[in-house]
Design a protein around this ligand. Structure first.
Ligand SMILES: Cc1cc2nc3c(=O)[nH]c(=O)nc-3n(C[C@H](O)[C@H](O)[C@H](O)COP(=O)(O)O)c2cc1C
Length: 196
C-alpha cells in the first residue's frame, strides 16, 4: 500500500468515527424534567431547556443552577431536557436555552427547537456550554434567536475545561460554572423585572 492510500484510509476512518460520535452525542442523551416552585409569591414562570449530553451532566447541572437562581427570584421554573416533550414556550415569561457546543455550533436539538417554534417577542436567555471553544456557537445561537424574532435579555457561556473564573483550578471549575450560572439567573431576573 502506498503512503497516499494509508493517509486516505486513516482520514476516512477518523472522519467516520467523528461523524458517528457527533450523531450519537447529539441525539442519545437522557435527562429528567424537573419543576421548582418559588419560595415566595410567584412573580413569573420560566422554562430552562437543554439537550442532555450522553457523556457528562454538565448541561443538566448548569440548567438546574439557573433554575434555582430564578426560583430564588420568585419564578416557578420547569427544567426540560429535549428528550422530553418541550411545552409551548409562549406560556412562559422567559425561556433559558442552554445549548451544548458540538463542532463549533449549537447542538442540533436546540437549533431545531429555534427553527420550529414561534419566538416572536419572546424573552430568551441564550446560554452556550462547551469544553472551552464556544465563541462561534454562542454567536450562532444569538443570531438564530434574533432572526426568529426573540428578545434576548441575557447571554452567557460556561465551560468544562476553560477557566470559568480567575481562581481557576481543574477540580473546582465545574463548581465555578455552577455558581456563575446561579448569579447569571439572578441577573436575568433583575432585567426581567424592569421589562415585565
Ligand atoms: C463530537 C463533539 C464535538 C464537540 N465540539 C466542541 C466544540 O466545538 N467546542 C467546545 O467547546 N466543546 C465541544 N465539545 C464538548 C461539549 O460541548 C461538552 O462536552 C459539553 O457541552 C459540556 O457538557 P456536557 O457534556 O455535560 O453537556 C464537543 C464534544 C463532542 C462529543
Amino acid at each position: 500500500m502506498d503512503i497516499l492510500k494509508v493517509f486516505l484510509y486513516t482520514f476516512l476512518f477518523v472522519f467516520v468515527a467523528w461523524l458517528a460520535t457527533t450523531v450519537y452525542t447529539q441525539f442519545s442523551g437522557k435527562g429528567n424534567l424537573i419543576e421548582l416552585e418559588p419560595f415566595t409569591e410567584i412573580v413569573g414562570e420560566a422554562a430552562v431547556i437543554y439537550n442532555p449530553d450522553p457523556f457528562s451532566d454538565f448541561d443538566e447541572q448548569v440548567s438546574i443552577q439557573i433554575a434555582k437562581g430564578l426560583q430564588s427570584a420568585g419564578y416557578k421554573v420547569v427544567v426540560v431536557p429535549t428528550n422530553e416533550d418541550v411545552p409551548d414556550l409562549a406560556l412562559y415569561d422567559l425561556t433559558v436555552l442552554c445549548a451544548n457546543t458540538y463542532n463549533f455550533a449549537p447542538d442540533w436539538n436546540v437549533a431545531t427547537l429555534i427553527k420550529n417554534r414561534d419566538w416572536q417577542n419572546h424573552r430568551v436567555a441564550a446560554v452556550t456550554l462547551g469544553a472551552g471553544e464556544t465563541n462561534l456557537a454562542a454567536k450562532q445561537l444569538k443570531g438564530m434567536l434574533k432572526n426568529a424574532g426573540a428578545e434576548i435579555i441575557g447571554d452567557a457561556e460556561f465551560w468544562l475545561m476553560k477557566p470559568n473564573d480567575e481562581n481557576y483550578n481543574a477540580e473546582s471549575n465545574r463548581q465555578a460554572a455552577k455558581e456563575k450560572a446561579y448569579r447569571f439567573a439572578i441577573e436575568i431576573s433583575q432585567t426581567l423585572a424592569t421589562t415585565l
